[in-house]
Design a protein around this ligand. Structure first.
Ligand code: EPZ
Length: 418
């Protein structure tokens, strides 16, 4: 087991480069097998979720060469095989591969991804959409078998703008020869736009990416391409909040400020000075943050992935703040761990009422999930004394070298094997 050991009290100062987006890289990796040829990906983050996805694709005989942030995939000799349970279970978002495998092989077999640390994570929107597209779905002993002779043209309307369901429908629609699939109430996240830009470059006809209405016209043969993954907006938001909490002065390079708007707006409301340039954001903070009201919503609303990070910030803000989590049903688990550092809050269903404290005090805490673990690290940066964040594996899933980047900004943090 790994832990982060943090000695708090250092103001963050300096600049770092933000890595490529985890949540864009995963569906784009799935899409990289559709051209049955070569794909070169740049700016891929070095994180565990990518490692597991690479292992699954290699298990299916996709040849992958990797050099830090660059991946070269050759999917020409891929074969469809059963994906081992333990690999599927390691990756919550492995369900994204299903749409691609159905496109490529006409079938896919996988086990329910299972709930995770933030909620039950159902996939009914994925499966119901697949059925409407002419994909047969059967379930036996916890495994789901999908198969189709031919995807049908169809108009789909999602009950909820699910990111994963939108991505899976798009991926299952790419290799149909001229069939037209439309998605109403589609997710509008920037990661959907990045996936669609990748597929358009491969030769798929897609319109409406980034809006609630997306239209896909598939084609049988797609081109070999190179592609640069978009910056990770959640990683960027995490370091901006770290700069705010430590009353520092941080500059993030290689970001897309457009994707950060809901977060930058809230940071300015908290009292931060935010300077935006073409591909960089600078944040300065000299005082205790103001209280805030946060409500998570689908993009372009405030992102649920930033909820725990702001929860950490608000634990030291002036006055009483509230957070309403409207996307996942169990995404406040991190707050219990923060209370061990002295944080005070009350939870009423999907509402968290936070009494800001002037100072937190370091102790041993446990990561509850990916973003909850990051929230605990941020609290440790500004707590008195030493904070040990256990179960660091959660954080390693989705943050590329977070300890190195924080040290580069002046934090006293080490990743240690226990
Ligand atoms: C993606 O998850 C992201 N993961 C999540 O980031 C992110 O929090 C989420 O989108 C929302 O923005 C990746 O992209 C790999 P959803 P996804 O389908 O696709 C319900 C992180 O920290 N739902 O938009 O699973 C679901 O239960 C991760 O990086 C159904 O009811 O999210 C949830 O309440 C965490 N039925 C809501 O929709 C379905 O079939 C949003 O889920 C699918 C989803």
């Amino acid at each position: 087991m790994y832990s982060y050991i943090i000695n708090g009290g250092k103001r963050l100062n300096g600049e770092i480069d933000i890595s490529g987006s985890k949540n864009a890289s995963l569906p784009i990796l799935a899409a990289s097998i559709l051209n049955k040829g070569i794909v070169k990906l740049y700016n891929v983050p070095e994180i565990e979720d990518i490692n597991v996805t690479v292992k699954i694709l290699e298990h299916l005989n996709c040849k992958i060469k990797r050099n830090k942030n660059k991946l070269v995939l050759d999917s020409s000799q891929m074969q469809l095989k059963m994906i081992p349970e333990e690999l599927m279970r390691k990756l919550r978002s492995s369900v994204i591969l299903v749409g691609s495998l159905i496109s490529r092989f006409g079938k896919a077999s996988f086990s329910y991804p299972g709930g995770c640390d933030i909620g039950s994570r159902p996939i009914d929107l994925h499966l119901n959409s697949f059925r409407k597209m002419g994909i047969r779905i059967t379930e036996n002993e916890g495994r789901i078998e999908c198969s189709t002779e031919e995807i049908q043209s169809v108009q789909i309307h999602l009950d909820f703008p699910s990111v994963g369901a939108t991505e899976n429908i798009i991926l299952a629609s790419c290799l149909t020869n001229g069939k037209i699939i439309t998605i109403g109430n589609a997710a509008r996240e920037p990661e959907i736009v990045d996936l669609c830009n990748f597929l358009i470059k491969m030769g798929v006809s897609i319109s409406g990416a980034g809006t609630s209405f997306i239209k896909i016209i598939g084609r049988e043969d797609l081109k070999d391409i190179s592609y640069n993954i978009m910056p990770d907006r959640i990683e960027a938001g995490t370091y901006l909040v770290a700069g705010c909490m430590t009353r520092g002065n941080v500059k993030l390079n290689k970001v897309n400020p457009e994707h950060l708007k809901p977060v930058l707006y809230k940071l300015e409301e908290a009292g931060c000075i935010v300077i935006v340039d073409k591909n960089s954001v600078t944040l300065k903070m000299t005082k205790r943050p103001n209280k805030l009201e946060i409500k998570t919503l689908p993009y372009p609303g405030f992102p649920t992935d930033m909820q725990a990070i702001f929860g950490s910030l608000l634990m030291i803000a002036k006055g009483t703040s509230t957070i309403t989590e409207n996307i996942f049903e169990n995404r406040f688990k991190y707050a219990g761990e923060l209370s061990r550092l002295g944080a005070r809050f009350k939870q009423e269903g999907n509402l968290l009422i936070i009494e800001g404290r002037r100072r937190l005090s370091g102790t041993v805490v446990k990561s509850t999930d990916l973003r909850g673990g990051a929230a605990l690290i941020l609290a440790g940066l500004c707590a008195k004394g030493q904070t040990q964040v256990d179960d660091a594996e959660y954080v390693l899933r989705g943050y590329d070298k977070i300890d190195q980047k924080l040290r580069q900004l002046g934090a006293d943090i080490q990743l240690q094997k226990q």
